[in-house]
Ligand binder design. Structure first.
Ligand code: XMP
Length: 375
């Protein structure tokens, strides 16, 4: 009897319960779909960056400004959480990876970031100036510019052996950076432009240290906001952050810089010939619309002179080698066919404008048997 009186109410309660269950199921599914979609889009759920060195296989490539903006917002939050009110140090080379990390950190923590740009004298024409202009003048970064040109070139004087040159450049870089780090107080973090291929190359769990070799008493916690990104994604993020195109699309540039292209013992005059001829090549490639189409192009100046004629007189000067290659992964490389007319224009400009040069050669050797760099 009691149940009969209650049954319409119970039915109502059941219906309400079912409705609640349906609503709960729906919202759970909706939330799950949202989470999956969100994760698939950027792959950067909070904490993911700090915890993992492994890229989620569902993580969609950042190919659009929209995805890059979302990544930037997530990273700003994560960086603020990690860093709090403390200070971060970054070696800013002007390469795409460290530039993107700098721009992200400036947005996230402003002047808690201290950037150190070491000019070792082996950078390309205009690069140190561009780093200062973009980061200090335009983005308001707390940037320490270290003119270490004499220091590096003095150490390198008379050293012809390639491995020795590399070691000197690497060790001196660490020394200069360390000196700057010691002058600063209260730095807890070291930011690095580690990207995913660095992690893949050094194994999935081992940290890859870009600024390796710092002494043990300089202990920093690492900040690596782009460590799950591939290079193409770093470029999309850099563009979304407003970095200049030529910085974002910068060609690969070896750590020892022009030092590996000024073959043999580096002298200031021959280094200048490398820098000036490289600048002419880059300008002409850009004007001919080859920028971005050719993977890597540069000039090399070996320590060798040959006889030529300049202004009706015998000259005894260096030659410049042009290298322009296309590749996917730098393991093999093909030669880019450059129109003869353009080559002629480049030869003319180099031989008439670059001091100490009377010949220009075009390297037609693929990799293998040649490597991309000459040294
Ligand atoms: P190679 O010369 O080995 O270069 O075919 C492959 C790619 O790596 C770039 N790269 C370097 N090359 N010393 C180098 O000789 C370095 O420290 C370095 N870092 C990067 C090189 O420019 C080419 O794209």
């Amino acid at each position: 009897m009691f149940m009969m009186i209650l049954s319409p109410y119970l039915r109502k309660v059941k219906i309400i319960n079912i409705k609640i269950i349906v609503i709960v199921c729906f919202s759970t599914c909706f939330f799950a779909i949202f989470v999956v979609k969100y994760t698939r889009k950027t792959g950067m759920m909070k904490g993911n960056f700090k915890m993992n060195n492994k890229r989620d296989e569902n993580m969609v490539r950042i190919t659009t400004k929209e995805l890059a903006d979302r990544f930037i917002d997530e990273q700003i939050k994560a960086l603020r959480e990690q860093i709090g009110k403390r200070k971060v140090l970054l070696a800013l080379s002007g390469g795409v990876d460290s530039s993107v990390v700098a721009a992200l950190l400036i947005k996230a923590v402003g002047d808690q970031l201290v950037c150190v740009h070491v000019n070792h004298g082996l950078l390309r024409k205009g690069e140190p100036e561009q780093v200062v202009r973009v980061f200090r003048d335009e983005l308001g970064a707390n940037l320490i510019y270290v003119d270490a040109v004499d220091r590096f070139l003095d150490k390198l004087a008379g050293v012809a052996e390639p491995e020795k040159k590399r070691k000197i450049i690497g060790a001196e870089f660490i020394r200069v950076f360390e000196e700057e780090a010691r002058k600063l107080h209260g730095i807890d973090f070291l930011a690095q432009g580690t990207i995913y291929p660095d992690i893949l190359e050094s194994g999935p769990v081992k940290a890859h240290h870009n600024v390796g070799g710092l002494p043990d008493d300089l202990k920093f916690e690492l900040v690596e906001p782009i460590k799950l990104l591939f290079k193409d994604e770093v470029r999309v993020v850099g563009k979304a952050l407003g970095l200049p195109d030529n910085m974002v699309n910068r060609q690969p540039f070896p750590g020892p810089g022009l030092g590996v292209r000024c073959l043999g013992a580096i002298t200031r005059d021959r280094l200048e010939a490398v820098r000036e001829s490289d600048a002419i090549l880059r300008e002409e490639f850009a004007a001919a619309g080859l920028e971005g189409k050719v993977w890597q192009y540069f000039t090399v100046v070996p320590d060798y002179r040959s006889v030529g004629v300049k202004d009706g007189l015998r000259s005894f000067e260096w030659f410049v080698v042009i290298r322009a290659v296309n590749t996917r992964d730098a393991m093999t490389a093909a030669i880019e066919p450059i129109p003869y007319e353009l080559l002629g224009k480049i030869v003319n400009r180099i031989t008439s404008k670059v001091k100490g040069v009377n010949r220009v050669l075009y390297d037609l050797t693929p990799k293998p048997t040649g490597t991309i760099e000459w040294e």
